[in-house]
Design a protein around this ligand. Structure first.
Ligand SMILES: [Zn+2]
Length: 126
């Protein structure tokens, strides 16, 4: 999860990371009116916590997508090479079931990130 607001001077997005689950936890860490310095124009300002919004971490989304693509590719490869060795239908269907695992991991990462973002944005500070 990435926290984001816009610079009051140049309107550039200011992003920072925090483990705070909501604005109240964030207030405890950085104060109710945190002063943030803009990387773009170098000016600092005090920001209202309610102007800070959570967005999904793109890097995490990319990692999840990579797990999905590489994982699915690998499991399909393993299943295709092993499937002819197995005479038993149960063993074959069990093996085919593995193809879904990378997708489940991808979904788990994405939905937990999604719910963290929704939780943070839902609670208004004050
Ligand atoms: Zn700025």
């Amino acid at each position: 999860m990435i926290l984001q607001t816009r610079c009051t001077h140049c309107r550039q997005y200011l992003s920072f990371k925090s483990s705070a689950v909501d604005r109240f936890a964030l207030a405890k860490k950085i104060g109710a009116k945190p002063e943030i310095v803009c990387n773009q124009c170098g000016k600092s300002d005090k920001y209202d916590l309610n102007d800070i919004k959570a967005t999904k971490n793109r890097t995490l989304g990319l990692i999840a997508s990579l797990i999905f693509l590489v994982g699915t590719g690998l499991t399909v490869y393993v299943v295709l090479t092993e499937i002819f060795e197995l005479a038993n239908i149960y063993a074959i269907s069990g093996l085919v079931g593995f193809i879904g695992i990378p997708y489940l991991i991808y979904e788990a990462i994405n939905s937990s990130e999604q719910s963290k973002v929704a939780y943070f944005n839902a609670k208004i500070y004050g």
